[in-house]
Write a protein that binds this ligand. Structure first.
Ligand SMILES: CC(C)(COP(=O)(O)OP(=O)(O)OC[C@H]1O[C@@H](n2cnc3c(N)ncnc32)[C@H](O)[C@@H]1OP(=O)(O)O)[C@@H](O)C(=O)NCCC(=O)NCCS
Ligand SMILES: Nc1ncnc2c1ncn2[C@@H]1O[C@H](COP(=O)(O)OP(=O)(O)O)[C@@H](O)[C@H]1O
Length: 205
C-alpha cells in the first residue's frame, strides 16, 4: 500500500506523467477531476460557490462557468482564498474516499494522487512519498501559454498563485525532470515505477 503524491507547478507535466503511470496500471486520483465533481449542478460545492460568487459564474444550465471563475480568482487573491476555503475540504474528503477505494481494489499497486497544490495546502502528510514534476520557471511559462493559448500576463498570474517551482523542490522526495523530450521523461517514469512497485509490496518485479 503506497500513496504517492504527484505534484509540480501548473503546466510542468503532471498530467503527462500521471497518464504514463496509469498505463502501467497505477490507480490515479486526480485532484482537478475531483474539483470538477464537487461543483457539479446540485452539489453542496455548487451551492456554496453561488452563495459567495453569485449567478455570474454560472451558466443558464446550472453548470459552473469555469472560465469566468478562473478569470476572477486569478486576479483577486481574496476571491481565490475564499474559493480554496470552500472547495478544499470537499475535494480532500472525496480524494480520501477514492484513495481508500483504490487501495481496497488493488492493495499491491501504488496509488498516485495527482494534486497541483499538494505542497501549498500541506497535504504531504496524506502521502508516503512526494514526486515533483519539475521544469524551470521560464519553460513553465512558455508551456502554459502554449497549452492554454493565453497571454504571458495571464499565464504569469496563474503561476504566481502557486508556490514557485524552485521552492517546491525542497519538499520533494523524488524529482522528475520534464525539461527534455517526452521520451527522456518517460524513461525516468519507468525507473521510478519499478521502485514504487517494490515499495508497495508487489511481487510483480
Ligand atoms: C479556478 C477554476 C474554476 C478554473 O477552472 P479551469 O479553467 O477548468 O482550470 P483547471 O481546473 O483545469 O485548473 C488549471 C490549473 O490551475 C491551477 N489551479 C487550479 N486551482 C488553483 C488554485 N486554487 N490555486 C492555484 N492554482 C490553481 C492548477 O495548477 C490546475 O491544474 P494543472 O496544474 O493540472 O494544469 C478551477 O481550477 C477550480 O475550481 N479551482 C479551485 C479548486 C482547486 O484548488 N483545484 C486544484 C486542485 S486541489
Ligand atoms: N517533455 C515535454 N516536452 C514538450 N512538451 C511537453 C512535455 N511534457 C508536457 N508537455 C506539454 O506541456 C503542457 C503541460 O503539460 P501537462 O501534463 O498538461 O502539465 P500539468 O498537468 O502539470 O499542468 C502540455 O501542453 C503538454 O503537452
Amino acid at each position: 500500500m503506497l500513496k504517492v503524491g504527484l505534484t509540480g507547478g501548473i503546466a510542468t507535466g503532471k498530467s503527462t506523467v500521471s497518464e504514463w503511470f496509469r498505463q502501467k496500471g497505477a490507480k490515479i486520483v486526480d485532484a482537478d477531476q475531483v474539483a470538477r465533481q464537487v461543483v457539479e449542478p446540485g452539489t453542496e460545492g455548487s451551492r456554496q460557490i453561488r452563495d459567495r460568487f453569485g449567478d455570474r459564474v454560472f451558466r443558464a444550465t446550472g453548470e459552473l462557468d469555469r472560465k469566468a471563475l478562473r478569470e476572477w480568482v486569478f486576479r483577486d487573491a481574496t476571491a481565490l482564498k475564499d474559493l480554496n476555503q470552500l472547495l478544499h475540504p470537499l475535494i480532500i474528503r472525496q480524494m480520501q474516499a477514492e484513495v481508500q477505494e483504490a487501495l481496497e481494489e488493488s492493495p499491491d499497486l501504488p496509488v498516485i494522487l495527482d494534486v497541483p497544490l499538494l505542497i501549498e495546502e500541506r497535504l504531504t502528510d496524506l502521502v508516503d512519498t512526494v514526486v515533483l514534476v519539475y521544469i524551470p520557471a521560464e519553460l513553465q511559462l512558455k508551456r502554459l501559454m502554449e497549452r492554454e493559448g493565453i497571454s504571458e500576463e495571464e499565464a504569469g498570474r496563474m503561476i504566481q498563485a502557486q508556490m514557485p517551482i524552485e521552492e517546491k523542490k525542497k519538499f520533494a522526495d523524488v524529482l522528475i525532470d520534464n525539461s527534455g523530450t517526452r521520451a527522456d521523461t518517460e524513461g525516468q517514469v519507468d525507473v521510478l515505477w519499478e521502485t514504487l512497485l517494490s515499495k508497495s509490496g508487489s511481487n510483480r518485479l
